[in-house]
Design a protein around this ligand. Structure first.
Ligand SMILES: *Cc1c(COP(=O)(O)O)cnc(C)c1O
Length: 381
């Protein structure tokens, strides 16, 4: 079976892990954690980074640090992984779900602007969603598949309504927006994931970066039990969300190869595009002119009015020993979020089932990719 996406661990991973064992630094303090954070700050153009146990726990801590509280609403595109929504729920808050833009598949900024204008009211307590009476306390844009959201517009709206931005950049490392790095795009905090299926992995892990050293420091404080001083004193309800030195050792070895990995992800996507876009009813994943996608996942959009359903295509691919899996079912169709407030989600409703992801491991060989292309062509013809 040609796998969908497996990690590439052929660099310094084993050597760095051995150093953890030899030095006995295996837990949440150690030179690799510090190095990992410095590397992410450098790569993302941020002033400071704190490492977390996952992308989801990074998002939870980041939302808490910008002031999201129990019973608040946090603006989120419905077309995302469930972890984005869960991080909001972990704050006791509720996602307010928005559609994505057909051109970019990221947060629809016109809908965002219109809804904030017509459905909220400013009070002493903050921005209140009129229908539910809940306070709106943050915006979480998602760089879905590694595609940059329209951040200039989102930042302008956020400023107009005095809302902080926590960007879900979980799969976006390597992406650029108007030649800027992720940390320079205007979000207060940007959150990365290093889960096993991401372009670079630490086994499991995450990181929160920002330009405000104070704000990132407060995320660090939250993730390390909110301890004050070296005795057992704590000044708020904190979390145990720190990355370990073992995970960071793998993460450092992976980050050393980020450029190479992103380049190979982009090459793989380009080859699929070159071979498959000539087929009627097949369109590419978005590649907005204002930026460069990190191409976390490769694939195509299949017009199901012309072709068989993607679920059927996947079944046939698997019969050809090519791994294929469904892509994210949006948040508003998930049981825990069926009652979340939402705007019209017409585009998201029609998009998600038409997405066909294709094998895109950085180690994918030319002959395996040719095999995938041939199989897809046969199935679609
Ligand atoms: C991977 C991912 C997450 C979750 O990260 P974990 O490290 O698995 O918690 C959240 N949001 C998006 C968009 C992701 O791709």
């Amino acid at each position: 079976m040609i796998p969908l996406a497996i990690p590439n661990l052929s660099g310094n991973e084993a050597r760095y892990l051995q150093q953890c064992i030899d030095s006995s630094f295996v837990s949440s303090v150690g030179p690799f954690v510090t190095k990992f954070e410095e590397m992410i700050s450098e790569i993302s153009g941020s002033n400071k980074t704190t490492a977390t146990s996952s992308g989801t726990t990074g998002l939870h801590s980041a939302l808490t640090a910008v002031g999201v509280k129990y019973n608040d609403l946090v603006i989120l595109p419905s077309f995302t992984f469930i972890g984005s929504a869960n991080s909001i729920s972990h704050c006791g808050a509720v996602p307010w779900l928005f559609d994505v833009n057909p051109i970019t598949w990221t947060l629809n900024v016109n809908q965002l602007h219109d809804a904030l204008k017509s459905k909220t009211i400013r009070t002493k307590e903050g921005l209140i969603h009129k229908e539910s009476g809940k306070r709106v306390s943050a915006i979480m844009p998602v760089y879905v598949l590694g595609i940059p959201a329209e951040m200039d517009e989102i930042c302008r709206i956020a400023k107009d309504f005095s809302l902080p931005i926590v960007a879900d950049a979980a799969c976006a490392l390597g992406m650029t927006y108007k030649k800027k790095k992720i940390g320079e795009m205007g979000a207060d905090l940007s959150v990365f994931s290093f889960n096993g299926n991401k372009t670079v992995t630490s086994g499991g892990g995450g990181a929160v970066s920002g330009s405000s050293i104070e704000l990132v420091q407060s995320v660090y404080h939250l993730t390390t039990t909110a301890r004050v001083g070296s005795d057992y004193d704590f000044d708020r309800v904190g979390f145990n969300y720190r990355l370990t030195n073992i995970q960071a050792a793998v993460g450092c070895a992976q980050l050393e190869r980020l450029e190479e990995f992103v380049q190979s992800k982009r090459n793989i996507q380009k080859q699929y595009n070159d071979a498959l876009l000539q087929i009627e009813g097949i369109s590419p994943f978005p590649d907005p002119a204002y930026g460069e996608s990190s191409c976390w996942f490769s694939g195509v959009q299949v017009n199901s009015k012309i072709h068989k359903p993607v679920s059927e295509i996947r079944k046939e691919l698997r019969a050809n020993e090519i791994d294929a899996r469904p892509f994210w079912k949006p948040i508003h169709l998930q049981k825990p979020y069926e009652h979340s407030p939402k705007e019209s989600l017409d585009f998201t409703d029609n998009l998600w089932m038409d997405i066909l992801t294709l094998p895109c491991s950085t180690s994918l060989s030319q002959s395996d990719q040719s095999k995938v292309i041939l199989a897809v062509k046969n199935i679609l013809s």
